[in-house]
Design a protein around this ligand. Structure first.
Ligand code: CAA
Length: 262
């Protein structure tokens, strides 16, 4: 499939998706969602990609939300489907076996904030802005924001952001735990790629184990979450990467992880 609304490229072992509708501040329409789904298929089928970075084309916006013109043109019964399609897509992103980093270079509003939250963590430029402003449109977040935001920043803060529609700075987003790190705009990309490459150099099997344990365990009670961890620990420890990592340590050399299953 040829893409018009996203750019998909690879830099070494790092897959890169750029939202590419800069004239509309990279707002998400149905075409962009189809293309994003196709790119996720390609990523899942390409074992050379070990980490994914998502960012916005242009210097102003990551994604300024769902496309309001597009939403307002949809027949009423299609709007629930639009919400469910976005939710399914973001679940797929969240459930990729490889880590995904949101590199937020500008506005991450509404659906844009929701995409970023479906990634494993967020790096942001000092110029980035975050928010769930749907209330100002007479709407509510529709791509998982009412669910992921409270899990990320707590119920009261999520309610305040969704109820006021307030747009906050990258620094404020870091203070509430939405963003991991904030960089000067000109340093954001290099810093993100450096972290992506560091993750890509680690073992694929244990990386996927960490994702599974933290994501699945988070909604479980402590004991059930620890059971998920023990299962994954046992699996990683007997995998070729686990054996290689421990042997390399004992032989005082760098591990050569192959990412093989059994
Ligand atoms: N949908 C469609 N078009 C959008 C858009 C969006 N979400 N956000 C921006 N644009 C378009 C504008 O209409 C404008 O297009 P034209 O040049 O053709 O008029 C262009 O992008 C540039 O935008 P502005 O001129 O408004 O730029 P600005 O710098 O003055 O303001 C902004 C930037 C504060 C982000 C403002 O554009 C804005 O408030 N955008 C809407 C943000 C929003 O409400 N997002 C939530 C959408 S609903 C949602 O996401 C629901 C969901 O969860 C599923």
């Amino acid at each position: 499939m040829a893409y018009e609304n996203i750019i998909f490229e690879k830099e070494g072992n790092v897959g890169i998706i750029k939202f590419n509708r800069p004239k509309a501040l990279n707002a998400i329409n149905s075409e962009m969602m189809v293309e994003l789904g196709d790119a996720l298929d390609r990523i899942e089928g390409d074992s050379s990609i070990k980490v994914l970075v998502l960012t916005g084309e242009g210097d102003k916006s990551f994604v300024a939300g769902a496309d309001i013109a597009h939403m307002s043109s949809l027949p009423p019964l299609q709007l629930r489907k639009f919400s469910m399609d976005g939710q399914s897509l973001f679940f797929r992103l969240e459930n990729l076996s490889i880590p995904a980093i949101a590199c937020v270079n500008g506005f991450a509003l509404g659906g844009g904030c929701e995409i970023a939250m479906a990634c494993d963590f967020i790096y942001a430029s000092e110029k980035a802005k975050f928010g769930q402003p749907e209330i100002t449109l007479g709407l509510i977040p529709g791509f998982g924001g009412t669910q992921r935001l409270p899990r990320q920043v707590g119920k009261a803060m999520a309610k305040e952001l969704c109820m006021t529609g307030e747009i906050i700075s990258a620094q404020q987003a870091k203070e509430i735990g939405l963003v991991n790190k904030v960089f000067p705009a000109e340093e954001l990309w290099d810093a993100t790629i450096k972290t992506a490459q560091s993750i890509a150099a680690k073992g694929r099997v244990s990386m996927s184990g960490i994702k599974k344990c933290i994501d699945r365990g988070f909604d479980l009670d402590l004991r059930a979450g620890c059971n998920v961890e023990a299962d994954n620990f046992g699996y990683c420890a007997v995998s070729p990467d686990g054996k290689e990592g421990m042997t390399a340590f004992l032989e005082k050399r760098k591990p050569d992880f192959k990412g093989e299953l059994f």
